[in-house]
Design a protein around this ligand. Structure first.
Ligand SMILES: [Zn+2]
Length: 495
């Protein structure tokens, strides 16, 4: 039996002005057939899990078809989405002997015309293969689940952790489930529930204490042998779409009643904890004063602090050139400190000036007006230049192995080190620093442009994480964003 493998992954932030075109997919990942296998095999991604799981199942063969991913950003241009979906449909047409499909779907893709882009393309795939072919999709925990996604698939399986460290396991789970379906060992029936709840990004770390009770209760449900799978989706708050919010999915073996009850039970568990899901919103001044206090304490073994720049969360679609925290660190002389900014122009200036040169330049703050002014460096020393490619083979958020942030310069002014990159880069691997000759522990304060995802990469050397309520398109304060299309009622706006 032959199972086709497809991946189309994008998290679309509708508050970002810039749209996402085909080039953004080409810059990250756009592969066909065997190249899908080579891009993912042996990694920690759910697609890696698909391949491994199917390999372990006797008589089932993986048929790589298509893979595309772009770094989270603004809504997908309609032409780009059409190109990608047509490529998927053609890849399916070219393989007439498929028995099933495994699909890696983010679940929070929005295109210019389709607020539920993932539901729309999954529906087209379902139409193309007919109602009988088993289709199982994995979803990012940040999926904004839609009924169209549920209706088009036999089973949906969401990541259980944030930072997402169980992607590979969920891929394995999907592969095992489709093998069991093909061997007629089970008959999945799915139910979803949509509690009217949006979870603030700074309450979405599933290792945090306020998740303990609900995680235990959901785990207990999973022990029921009648349930094949159970998922809690956190939702992606930065999409102004009707589907935005948390959701639950239960898959039972043959009994729709059991699936319905489990999905509803998980939704009730989430709803009971809703007060815990409201943002805490630590302010910039408070975070800086805390850093100053730490700096003033004398200690033989000083702690290393990660400042999580919530408003400029690259993994949530923001530009990655926000200067708010860097400006404060520089102004208050808090250091040694580190920040990475997306700024191709500053990279080019540094390249032209050369290593060792002293520059006066503005870095960051170019993408829009919402993430701070360009930061003026008056005497920035170009410490080094790098190709910007690095590798990560440990399990990290996103399951990415090969990274490419383009030509990169390391600038130093006073106690602040600024890494400027030619491509936007998510802070999911400490090798981003190591590959540029920086030892993470040389810094006491490191800005990471994310909220939960960077924790997996930085917890090896940071003892403290401060989530800072900075302004921007991924601002943690949901009340400061203007929603037009969200559901009503939806907690925390309506109680
Ligand atoms: Zn996610």
């Amino acid at each position: 039996m032959r199972v086709g493998i497809i991946a189309l992954l994008h998290e679309s932030n509708t508050f970002v002005d810039q749209t996402t075109g085909l080039q953004e997919f080409r810059d990250d990942l756009l592969v066909y057939r065997e190249d899908v296998h080579s891009a993912f095999v042996g990694g920690h991604h759910e697609v890696s899990g698909f391949f491994e799981g199917l390999d372990q199942s006797e008589g089932v063969e993986a048929v790589p078809l298509f893979g595309a991913r772009a770094t989270p950003s603004g809504v997908i241009e309609e032409e780009a989405l059409e190109f990608l979906v047509e490529a998927i449909l053609k890849a399916i047409d070219d393989e007439p002997d498929l028995d099933g499909l495994l699909l890696a779907v983010h679940g929070a893709a929005v295109s210019q015309q389709a607020p539920d882009a993932d539901g729309a393309w999954l529906t087209r795939v379902r139409k193309r293969v007919g109602p009988e072919m088993p289709m199982i999709a994995t979803l990012d925990a940040h999926a904004n689940l839609s009924q169209a996604m549920v209706d088009s698939c036999d089973a949906l399986i969401g990541y259980r952790t944030n930072p997402h460290l169980d992607q590979h396991q969920r891929g394995l789970e999907a592969a095992q489930l489709i093998s069991a379906i093909l061997k007629r060992k089970c008959r999945p029936v799915m139910a979803a529930a949509f509690p009217p709840l949006a979870i603030s990004i700074d309450r979405q770390c599933t290792d945090d204490r306020h998740w303990q009770r609900s995680t235990q209760e959901v785990d207990q449900l999973r022990h029921d042998p009648a349930l094949l799978s159970a998922s809690v989706l956190l939702g992606f708050p930065y999409a102004d779409v009707n589907e935005m919010g948390a959701a639950t999915i239960a898959i039972a073996d043959g009994d729709p009643q059991i699936a319905r009850q489990a999905a509803d039970k998980m939704a009730a568990i989430l709803w009971d904890d809703r007060q815990q899901m409201v943002g805490q919103l630590s302010q910039i001044d408070d975070a800086m004063e805390q850093c100053e206090r730490l700096l003033a304490e004398s200690s033989e073994d000083p702690s290393h602090v990660c400042l999580l720049d919530m408003g400029d969360n690259v993994g949530g679609g923001s530009p990655g050139d926000g200067t708010v925290l860097a400006a404060e660190l520089l102004r208050r002389k808090i250091g040694p400190s580190f920040v990475c900014l997306y700024d191709p122009q500053a990279v080019e200036c540094s390249r032209q000036a050369g290593v060792g040169a002293s520059l006066e330049l503005f870095v960051g703050g170019h993408s829009d007006q919402r993430h701070g002014e360009p930061l003026q460096l008056t005497q920035a020393i170009v410490k080094s230049l790098h190709q910007g490619r690095f590798h990560e083979d440990r399990p990290r958020h996103g399951g990415i192995v090969e990274f490419d942030q383009g030509l990169t310069a390391i600038l130093e002014q006073g106690s602040l080190t600024v890494m400027v990159t030619s491509q936007r880069m998510v802070p999911f691997s400490s090798n981003q620093l190591v590959s540029c000759g920086l030892e993470p522990t040389q810094f006491r304060f490191l800005v990471a442009k994310g909220v939960n995802a960077p924790i997996a990469a930085y917890q090896d050397f940071c003892q403290q994480f401060l989530r800072v309520n900075t302004p921007g398109v991924t601002c943690a304060d949901l009340m400061s964003l203007e929603y037009v299309h969200r559901r009503v009622p939806l907690f925390p706006w309506e109680s």
